[in-house]
Design a protein around this ligand. Sequence first.
Ligand SMILES: NC(=O)c1ccc[n+]([C@@H]2O[C@H](COP(=O)([O-])OP(=O)(O)OC[C@H]3O[C@@H](n4cnc5c(N)ncnc54)[C@H](O)[C@@H]3O)[C@@H](O)[C@H]2O)c1
Ligand SMILES: [Zn+2]
Ligand SMILES: [Zn+2]
Length: 328
Amino acid sequence: MDTVSPPLKVEKAAAFGWAARDPSGILSPFHFSVRATGESDVKIKILYCGVCHTDLHFIRNDWGGSSYPLVPGHEIAGIVTEVGAKARKFQPGDKVGVGCLVGSCGACPSCEASEENYCPKLIRTYNDTFPDGARTYGGYADTIVVDEHFAVRFPENMPLDAGAPLLCAGISVYSPLSYYGLDKAGLRVGVVGLGGLGHVAVKFAKAMGLKVTVISTSVGKKVEAVDRLGADGFILSTNEEQIQAAVGTLDGIIDTVSAMHSVEQLLRLLKARGKLVLVGLPEAPLQVNASSLVEGRKSLVGSLVGGMRETQEMLTSQQSTASQLISS
Ligand SMILES: NC(=O)c1ccc[n+]([C@@H]2O[C@H](COP(=O)([O-])OP(=O)(O)OC[C@H]3O[C@@H](n4cnc5c(N)ncnc54)[C@H](O)[C@@H]3O)[C@@H](O)[C@H]2O)c1
Ligand SMILES: [Zn+2]
Ligand SMILES: [Zn+2]
């Protein structure tokens, strides 16, 4: 006699969050469901979530492509409440984080190198779609279910609230400093824009032993940059004298500016062979003269968040650095 297996009972769980319904910038309460915890999944009770400027870009549809309702948030910190039958990395009660990615193909060269962030099939934590058609919803919510590969472990001594911003702002500056060789003690690095990413960039750069110059349009940021974060110098980008005095002095620049600005001005500040790393994402194209790169063999490059291995490494191998980062 043939046996017929009963259909798999897949029970979704109720979740609550805050969603943008349109580009107005207003979020409102939103009830949705998360998938049942799958074999390799972890279910996380979200306790904290950082606010990244990318959330604002998506909420306001700055780049086009925002799909509403949209629950932002990709600096997620919380506690594991349930683990799937084949999940091995975590136990209920573990302190974990989820950053900007919740899925990738697992087989391409980027995935094999644990640079899932550059996988062509990357699934973003929100405003994206799982292969089964379900929408992804982010961390301005009480619950998330993710494949355990896309969760990272917080060190025991790292407070979840202070550590959450490392999952996007932190890794987005840690990764390019390391990848572009700008992490060697003694190098002179500029940080443009002292917001979320810029603030963490100064702290990482100082912890790596770099000489750090903050470049900003606001004179009011000088005290924060130098006195509070320990930057070695400050340049007001609207002051041509200060710019002139710094021409050709920097080995690299991490540019975190979220709006239109002059990259030409920044390229002038680089030494020969210097690197200008774009991490900020203005909505319109930036302008650059070929000669500004050709003369001095300068590089204009970019970087997007970081892979899972590197994110975990940032949190744990760099534990002391990270603790120092979050202590003030
Ligand atoms: N590449 C990545 O992996 C990655 C990751 C996260 C965020 N981002 C992007 O980085 C940018 C910064 O994010 P954030 O969370 O740090 O934002 P933020 O708003 O906290 O900081 C942005 C900084 O840029 C400054 N700024 C704004 N307009 C400026 C202008 N015209 N000239 C000079 N300075 C200006 C602001 O004063 C602020 O200090 C955003 O565009 C965000 O989408 C990129
Ligand atoms: Zn972000
Ligand atoms: Zn892949």
